[in-house]
Design a protein around this ligand. Structure first.
Ligand code: PMP
Length: 398
Protein backbone atom coordinates (compact mmCIF):
# COMPACT_ATOMS: atom_id res chain seq x y z
CA UNK A 1 0.00 0.00 0.00
CA UNK A 2 1.13 3.53 -0.78
CA UNK A 3 1.87 5.37 2.48
CA UNK A 4 0.11 8.48 1.26
CA UNK A 5 -3.15 6.57 0.90
CA UNK A 6 -3.40 6.72 4.69
CA UNK A 7 -3.61 10.49 4.70
CA UNK A 8 -7.03 11.86 5.65
CA UNK A 9 -8.29 15.27 4.55
CA UNK A 10 -7.82 17.81 7.34
CA UNK A 11 -10.75 20.12 8.15
CA UNK A 12 -10.43 23.53 6.46
CA UNK A 13 -9.28 26.46 8.60
CA UNK A 14 -12.50 27.89 10.08
CA UNK A 15 -11.78 31.43 8.86
CA UNK A 16 -9.64 30.96 5.75
CA UNK A 17 -12.08 28.20 4.64
CA UNK A 18 -14.88 30.77 4.59
CA UNK A 19 -12.80 33.07 2.39
CA UNK A 20 -12.44 30.21 -0.07
CA UNK A 21 -16.23 29.76 -0.12
CA UNK A 22 -16.61 33.53 -0.63
CA UNK A 23 -14.25 33.46 -3.60
CA UNK A 24 -16.37 30.77 -5.26
CA UNK A 25 -19.69 32.53 -4.58
CA UNK A 26 -21.09 33.87 -7.93
CA UNK A 27 -23.33 36.52 -6.27
CA UNK A 28 -22.08 39.95 -7.55
CA UNK A 29 -23.24 41.65 -4.32
CA UNK A 30 -21.40 39.28 -1.99
CA UNK A 31 -19.71 40.79 1.08
CA UNK A 32 -16.75 39.27 2.95
CA UNK A 33 -16.44 40.28 6.62
CA UNK A 34 -14.48 37.22 7.73
CA UNK A 35 -10.73 37.46 7.38
CA UNK A 36 -8.65 39.81 9.55
CA UNK A 37 -7.12 42.00 6.87
CA UNK A 38 -7.53 45.79 6.78
CA UNK A 39 -9.43 47.03 3.76
CA UNK A 40 -9.78 50.57 2.47
CA UNK A 41 -12.95 52.23 1.16
CA UNK A 42 -12.55 50.41 -2.18
CA UNK A 43 -12.42 47.01 -0.44
CA UNK A 44 -8.70 46.53 -1.12
CA UNK A 45 -5.95 45.74 1.35
CA UNK A 46 -3.72 48.69 0.40
CA UNK A 47 0.01 48.74 -0.17
CA UNK A 48 1.08 51.63 2.06
CA UNK A 49 2.84 54.46 0.22
CA UNK A 50 5.61 54.41 2.85
CA UNK A 51 6.13 50.70 2.09
CA UNK A 52 6.11 51.32 -1.68
CA UNK A 53 8.77 54.03 -1.33
CA UNK A 54 10.88 51.87 0.98
CA UNK A 55 10.74 49.05 -1.58
CA UNK A 56 11.91 51.48 -4.26
CA UNK A 57 14.88 52.48 -2.09
CA UNK A 58 15.69 48.83 -1.42
CA UNK A 59 15.44 47.95 -5.14
CA UNK A 60 17.90 50.74 -6.00
CA UNK A 61 20.38 49.68 -3.30
CA UNK A 62 23.20 47.21 -3.72
CA UNK A 63 21.29 44.59 -1.76
CA UNK A 64 22.26 41.06 -0.90
CA UNK A 65 20.33 37.86 -0.47
CA UNK A 66 22.74 36.46 2.11
CA UNK A 67 21.30 34.89 5.26
CA UNK A 68 20.26 37.08 8.17
CA UNK A 69 21.53 36.20 11.66
CA UNK A 70 19.39 33.47 13.31
CA UNK A 71 17.54 35.99 15.49
CA UNK A 72 17.37 38.70 12.81
CA UNK A 73 19.13 41.93 11.82
CA UNK A 74 20.26 44.02 14.84
CA UNK A 75 18.98 47.27 13.28
CA UNK A 76 15.51 45.77 12.79
CA UNK A 77 15.48 44.30 16.30
CA UNK A 78 16.39 47.71 17.73
CA UNK A 79 13.37 49.25 15.99
CA UNK A 80 11.09 46.45 17.21
CA UNK A 81 12.23 46.99 20.80
CA UNK A 82 11.78 50.76 20.58
CA UNK A 83 8.24 50.46 19.14
CA UNK A 84 7.06 47.96 21.72
CA UNK A 85 8.87 49.10 24.88
CA UNK A 86 9.59 52.77 24.08
CA UNK A 87 12.80 54.38 22.84
CA UNK A 88 15.56 54.35 25.45
CA UNK A 89 13.60 52.14 27.85
CA UNK A 90 15.57 50.76 30.80
CA UNK A 91 14.97 47.18 29.58
CA UNK A 92 16.64 48.03 26.27
CA UNK A 93 19.57 49.90 27.86
CA UNK A 94 20.30 47.15 30.38
CA UNK A 95 20.04 44.49 27.63
CA UNK A 96 17.53 42.38 29.47
CA UNK A 97 15.43 41.73 26.36
CA UNK A 98 15.95 38.54 24.36
CA UNK A 99 14.56 39.55 20.96
CA UNK A 100 14.02 37.51 17.82
CA UNK A 101 12.74 38.53 14.39
CA UNK A 102 9.92 36.07 13.69
CA UNK A 103 7.91 35.25 10.56
CA UNK A 104 4.86 37.32 11.55
CA UNK A 105 3.01 37.25 14.85
CA UNK A 106 2.11 33.60 14.27
CA UNK A 107 5.78 32.63 14.01
CA UNK A 108 6.46 34.50 17.26
CA UNK A 109 3.63 32.77 19.09
CA UNK A 110 4.85 29.36 17.97
CA UNK A 111 8.42 30.24 19.00
CA UNK A 112 7.06 31.33 22.40
CA UNK A 113 5.11 28.07 22.70
CA UNK A 114 8.19 25.97 21.87
CA UNK A 115 10.33 27.97 24.30
CA UNK A 116 7.76 27.57 27.11
CA UNK A 117 7.52 23.82 26.59
CA UNK A 118 11.17 23.03 25.89
CA UNK A 119 13.15 25.54 27.95
CA UNK A 120 10.78 26.32 30.82
CA UNK A 121 9.21 22.87 31.02
CA UNK A 122 5.79 24.43 31.45
CA UNK A 123 2.68 22.74 30.11
CA UNK A 124 -0.35 24.95 30.59
CA UNK A 125 -1.35 28.15 28.83
CA UNK A 126 -4.53 30.03 29.75
CA UNK A 127 -6.26 31.92 26.95
CA UNK A 128 -9.27 34.25 27.01
CA UNK A 129 -12.72 32.87 26.25
CA UNK A 130 -13.11 33.60 23.37
CA UNK A 131 -9.78 34.08 21.62
CA UNK A 132 -8.28 34.05 18.10
CA UNK A 133 -8.98 30.52 16.83
CA UNK A 134 -5.36 29.91 15.82
CA UNK A 135 -4.11 30.27 19.42
CA UNK A 136 -5.56 26.84 20.11
CA UNK A 137 -3.81 25.32 17.08
CA UNK A 138 -0.45 27.00 17.66
CA UNK A 139 -0.09 26.07 21.33
CA UNK A 140 -1.44 22.56 20.86
CA UNK A 141 1.16 22.06 18.12
CA UNK A 142 3.83 23.27 20.58
CA UNK A 143 2.71 20.58 23.05
CA UNK A 144 0.94 22.83 25.57
CA UNK A 145 -2.37 22.20 27.29
CA UNK A 146 -4.88 24.98 26.82
CA UNK A 147 -7.29 26.25 29.45
CA UNK A 148 -9.50 29.31 29.35
CA UNK A 149 -10.34 32.24 31.61
CA UNK A 150 -13.54 34.32 31.27
CA UNK A 151 -13.16 37.52 29.27
CA UNK A 152 -16.28 38.72 27.52
CA UNK A 153 -19.62 39.60 29.04
CA UNK A 154 -22.31 39.15 26.34
CA UNK A 155 -24.85 41.10 28.37
CA UNK A 156 -22.82 44.30 28.61
CA UNK A 157 -20.84 43.60 25.41
CA UNK A 158 -17.84 44.54 27.56
CA UNK A 159 -15.05 43.02 29.62
CA UNK A 160 -15.89 40.55 32.39
CA UNK A 161 -13.00 41.77 34.55
CA UNK A 162 -14.35 40.29 37.75
CA UNK A 163 -14.76 36.81 36.22
CA UNK A 164 -11.33 37.08 34.63
CA UNK A 165 -9.56 38.09 37.84
CA UNK A 166 -11.40 35.45 39.90
CA UNK A 167 -10.02 32.73 37.63
CA UNK A 168 -6.52 34.26 37.31
CA UNK A 169 -6.35 34.18 41.11
CA UNK A 170 -6.75 30.40 41.08
CA UNK A 171 -4.16 29.64 38.39
CA UNK A 172 -1.18 27.58 39.60
CA UNK A 173 2.19 29.32 39.90
CA UNK A 174 4.30 29.47 36.70
CA UNK A 175 1.38 28.78 34.33
CA UNK A 176 1.30 30.98 31.24
CA UNK A 177 -1.45 33.56 30.65
CA UNK A 178 -2.00 34.74 27.11
CA UNK A 179 -3.35 38.30 26.85
CA UNK A 180 -4.19 40.40 23.79
CA UNK A 181 -2.26 43.65 24.32
CA UNK A 182 -4.86 45.65 22.35
CA UNK A 183 -7.69 45.23 19.83
CA UNK A 184 -8.81 41.89 21.25
CA UNK A 185 -9.58 39.36 18.54
CA UNK A 186 -12.46 38.43 18.21
CA UNK A 187 -14.37 40.73 20.59
CA UNK A 188 -12.86 44.21 20.06
CA UNK A 189 -13.09 44.62 23.86
CA UNK A 190 -9.93 45.80 25.63
CA UNK A 191 -9.09 46.31 29.31
CA UNK A 192 -8.68 49.95 30.39
CA UNK A 193 -5.37 51.27 31.75
CA UNK A 194 -6.70 50.65 35.26
CA UNK A 195 -7.80 47.12 34.35
CA UNK A 196 -4.30 46.37 33.04
CA UNK A 197 -2.86 47.45 36.40
CA UNK A 198 -5.21 45.00 38.12
CA UNK A 199 -4.30 42.18 35.72
CA UNK A 200 -0.55 42.85 36.06
CA UNK A 201 -0.86 42.89 39.86
CA UNK A 202 -2.58 39.48 39.92
CA UNK A 203 0.02 38.02 37.54
CA UNK A 204 2.75 39.30 39.85
CA UNK A 205 1.10 38.03 43.05
CA UNK A 206 0.27 34.61 41.56
CA UNK A 207 3.69 34.32 39.87
CA UNK A 208 2.15 33.76 36.43
CA UNK A 209 4.05 34.26 33.19
CA UNK A 210 2.18 36.69 30.90
CA UNK A 211 2.46 36.25 27.14
CA UNK A 212 1.23 39.38 25.37
CA UNK A 213 0.00 38.95 21.81
CA UNK A 214 0.53 42.39 20.23
CA UNK A 215 -0.72 41.98 16.65
CA UNK A 216 -2.55 45.32 16.26
CA UNK A 217 -0.25 48.03 17.66
CA UNK A 218 -1.54 51.38 16.39
CA UNK A 219 -5.03 50.17 15.46
CA UNK A 220 -6.71 51.29 18.69
CA UNK A 221 -5.48 54.73 19.81
CA UNK A 222 -2.00 55.05 18.36
CA UNK A 223 1.21 53.05 18.49
CA UNK A 224 2.40 54.64 21.75
CA UNK A 225 -0.95 54.56 23.58
CA UNK A 226 -1.58 50.98 22.47
CA UNK A 227 1.48 49.78 24.42
CA UNK A 228 -0.42 50.43 27.68
CA UNK A 229 -0.35 46.75 28.68
CA UNK A 230 3.39 46.51 28.06
CA UNK A 231 3.94 49.51 30.35
CA UNK A 232 1.72 48.04 33.07
CA UNK A 233 3.62 44.74 33.10
CA UNK A 234 6.98 46.55 33.01
CA UNK A 235 6.02 48.80 35.94
CA UNK A 236 5.11 45.78 38.05
CA UNK A 237 8.60 44.42 37.43
CA UNK A 238 7.30 41.25 35.81
CA UNK A 239 9.12 38.88 33.54
CA UNK A 240 6.98 38.40 30.45
CA UNK A 241 6.93 37.63 26.74
CA UNK A 242 5.66 39.82 23.89
CA UNK A 243 4.87 38.68 20.33
CA UNK A 244 4.40 41.59 17.94
CA UNK A 245 3.49 41.72 14.30
CA UNK A 246 3.86 44.18 11.42
CA UNK A 247 1.23 42.43 9.30
CA UNK A 248 -1.49 44.94 10.15
CA UNK A 249 0.22 48.21 11.08
CA UNK A 250 2.56 48.18 8.04
CA UNK A 251 0.18 46.13 5.86
CA UNK A 252 2.97 43.59 5.37
CA UNK A 253 0.76 40.52 5.70
CA UNK A 254 2.51 38.40 3.07
CA UNK A 255 6.03 39.42 4.03
CA UNK A 256 5.76 37.60 7.38
CA UNK A 257 7.42 40.08 9.67
CA UNK A 258 7.19 40.37 13.43
CA UNK A 259 9.19 39.88 16.60
CA UNK A 260 9.20 37.99 19.85
CA UNK A 261 10.72 39.48 23.01
CA UNK A 262 11.38 37.81 26.32
CA UNK A 263 11.72 40.33 29.17
CA UNK A 264 14.26 38.79 31.53
CA UNK A 265 15.50 39.87 34.97
CA UNK A 266 18.97 40.85 33.76
CA UNK A 267 21.33 40.77 30.77
CA UNK A 268 22.85 37.41 31.74
CA UNK A 269 19.45 35.72 31.90
CA UNK A 270 18.45 37.35 28.59
CA UNK A 271 21.61 36.03 26.90
CA UNK A 272 20.91 32.49 28.08
CA UNK A 273 17.29 32.72 26.92
CA UNK A 274 18.38 34.08 23.53
CA UNK A 275 20.77 31.14 23.06
CA UNK A 276 17.82 28.74 23.56
CA UNK A 277 15.56 30.74 21.23
CA UNK A 278 18.24 30.55 18.55
CA UNK A 279 18.35 26.75 18.84
CA UNK A 280 14.57 26.60 18.34
CA UNK A 281 14.75 28.90 15.30
CA UNK A 282 17.75 27.10 13.81
CA UNK A 283 16.03 23.71 13.98
CA UNK A 284 12.76 25.08 12.69
CA UNK A 285 13.30 27.56 9.84
CA UNK A 286 16.99 28.43 10.37
CA UNK A 287 16.74 32.20 10.00
CA UNK A 288 14.05 34.77 9.20
CA UNK A 289 12.94 36.17 5.81
CA UNK A 290 14.66 39.51 5.17
CA UNK A 291 12.44 41.55 2.87
CA UNK A 292 9.73 42.66 5.34
CA UNK A 293 12.22 43.58 8.04
CA UNK A 294 14.26 45.59 5.53
CA UNK A 295 11.11 47.56 4.66
CA UNK A 296 10.33 48.27 8.32
CA UNK A 297 13.92 49.34 9.03
CA UNK A 298 14.08 51.54 5.92
CA UNK A 299 10.89 53.34 6.96
CA UNK A 300 11.82 53.78 10.60
CA UNK A 301 15.37 54.95 9.76
CA UNK A 302 14.08 57.76 7.54
CA UNK A 303 12.36 60.73 9.21
CA UNK A 304 10.14 61.50 6.23
CA UNK A 305 9.09 57.90 5.60
CA UNK A 306 8.46 57.37 9.27
CA UNK A 307 6.18 60.39 9.38
CA UNK A 308 4.34 59.13 6.31
CA UNK A 309 3.89 55.68 7.91
CA UNK A 310 2.50 57.25 11.08
CA UNK A 311 0.01 59.23 8.98
CA UNK A 312 -1.00 56.12 7.03
CA UNK A 313 -1.46 54.18 10.26
CA UNK A 314 -3.65 56.99 11.55
CA UNK A 315 -5.70 56.91 8.35
CA UNK A 316 -6.36 53.18 8.78
CA UNK A 317 -7.28 53.66 12.43
CA UNK A 318 -9.58 56.62 11.72
CA UNK A 319 -11.34 54.80 8.91
CA UNK A 320 -12.09 51.86 11.20
CA UNK A 321 -13.64 54.21 13.77
CA UNK A 322 -15.69 56.05 11.14
CA UNK A 323 -16.92 52.75 9.69
CA UNK A 324 -17.96 51.57 13.16
CA UNK A 325 -20.00 54.70 13.69
CA UNK A 326 -21.63 54.61 10.26
CA UNK A 327 -22.44 50.92 10.69
CA UNK A 328 -24.27 51.61 13.97
CA UNK A 329 -26.21 54.46 12.27
CA UNK A 330 -26.97 52.17 9.31
CA UNK A 331 -28.36 49.42 11.56
CA UNK A 332 -30.62 51.94 13.25
CA UNK A 333 -31.78 53.36 9.90
CA UNK A 334 -32.54 49.85 8.60
CA UNK A 335 -34.75 49.28 11.65
CA UNK A 336 -32.64 46.54 13.23
CA UNK A 337 -34.03 46.11 16.75
CA UNK A 338 -31.68 46.62 19.70
CA UNK A 339 -28.92 48.96 20.81
CA UNK A 340 -25.73 48.45 18.81
CA UNK A 341 -23.89 51.48 20.15
CA UNK A 342 -21.35 49.13 21.81
CA UNK A 343 -19.87 48.59 18.32
CA UNK A 344 -18.64 52.20 18.45
CA UNK A 345 -16.69 51.51 21.65
CA UNK A 346 -14.92 48.35 20.48
CA UNK A 347 -11.31 48.64 19.35
CA UNK A 348 -9.50 47.46 16.25
CA UNK A 349 -10.87 45.71 13.21
CA UNK A 350 -13.09 43.22 14.95
CA UNK A 351 -16.51 43.46 16.41
CA UNK A 352 -18.46 40.83 18.25
CA UNK A 353 -21.70 41.87 16.60
CA UNK A 354 -24.01 39.84 18.82
CA UNK A 355 -25.45 38.11 15.71
CA UNK A 356 -26.49 34.52 16.45
CA UNK A 357 -25.12 31.52 14.56
CA UNK A 358 -28.54 31.16 12.92
CA UNK A 359 -28.52 34.77 11.70
CA UNK A 360 -24.96 34.34 10.41
CA UNK A 361 -26.07 31.28 8.43
CA UNK A 362 -29.09 33.08 6.97
CA UNK A 363 -26.95 36.05 5.97
CA UNK A 364 -24.68 33.74 4.02
CA UNK A 365 -27.42 31.63 2.42
CA UNK A 366 -29.86 34.38 1.53
CA UNK A 367 -27.56 37.38 0.99
CA UNK A 368 -24.03 36.05 0.27
CA UNK A 369 -22.76 37.93 3.33
CA UNK A 370 -19.88 36.05 4.96
CA UNK A 371 -19.33 36.39 8.71
CA UNK A 372 -17.58 33.86 11.00
CA UNK A 373 -20.07 31.82 12.99
CA UNK A 374 -19.28 33.47 16.34
CA UNK A 375 -20.74 36.67 14.85
CA UNK A 376 -17.30 38.31 14.61
CA UNK A 377 -17.28 40.98 11.93
CA UNK A 378 -14.23 42.58 10.34
CA UNK A 379 -15.63 46.11 10.26
CA UNK A 380 -12.92 47.22 7.81
CA UNK A 381 -14.79 45.19 5.17
CA UNK A 382 -17.74 47.61 5.39
CA UNK A 383 -17.76 50.58 2.98
CA UNK A 384 -20.15 53.14 1.48
CA UNK A 385 -21.09 50.76 -1.32
CA UNK A 386 -22.04 47.72 0.77
CA UNK A 387 -23.19 49.24 4.09
CA UNK A 388 -26.88 49.71 3.24
CA UNK A 389 -27.15 46.23 1.68
CA UNK A 390 -25.50 44.76 4.78
CA UNK A 391 -27.72 46.61 7.25
CA UNK A 392 -30.92 45.75 5.33
CA UNK A 393 -29.88 42.08 5.19
CA UNK A 394 -29.20 42.06 8.95
CA UNK A 395 -32.65 43.56 9.54
CA UNK A 396 -34.16 40.64 7.62
CA UNK A 397 -32.08 37.91 9.30
CA UNK A 398 -31.99 38.92 12.93
N1 PMP B 1 -2.55 37.30 16.97
C1 PMP B 1 -3.79 37.71 16.68
C2 PMP B 1 -4.73 37.99 17.80
C3 PMP B 1 -4.20 37.87 15.35
O1 PMP B 1 -5.43 38.27 15.09
C4 PMP B 1 -3.26 37.59 14.32
C5 PMP B 1 -3.65 37.75 12.86
N2 PMP B 1 -4.90 37.46 12.51
C6 PMP B 1 -1.99 37.17 14.67
C7 PMP B 1 -1.67 37.04 16.01
C8 PMP B 1 -0.93 36.80 13.68
O2 PMP B 1 -0.70 37.65 12.68
P1 PMP B 1 0.44 37.42 11.59
O3 PMP B 1 1.00 36.05 11.79
O4 PMP B 1 -0.24 37.55 10.30
O5 PMP B 1 1.44 38.47 11.84
Amino acid sequence: MNLFELVQTAPPDPILGLSEAFKNDPNPDKINLTVGVYQDESGKSPLLESVRRAEEILARGAGSKGYLPINGHPDYLGHCQALVFGEGNEMILTKRLASVHTPGGTGGLRLAGDFIRRSLGQRTIWVSNPTWANHQGIFTAAGLDIKTYPYYNPETHGLNLEGMITVLETIPENDIVLLHACCHNPTGVDPTEEDWETIAKVCKERKLLPLLDFAYQGFSKGWIDDAVAIRAFSEYGLEFIVCSSFSKNFGLYQDRVGAMHVVAKNADEAARILSQLKVIVRTNYSNPPAHGSAIVSTILNDTELRQLWEEELKTMRSRINTVRSEFVDGLEKAGVPGDFSFIREQKGMFSFSGLSEESVQKLRQDHAIYIVKSGRINVAGINDKNRDTLCRAIAQCI
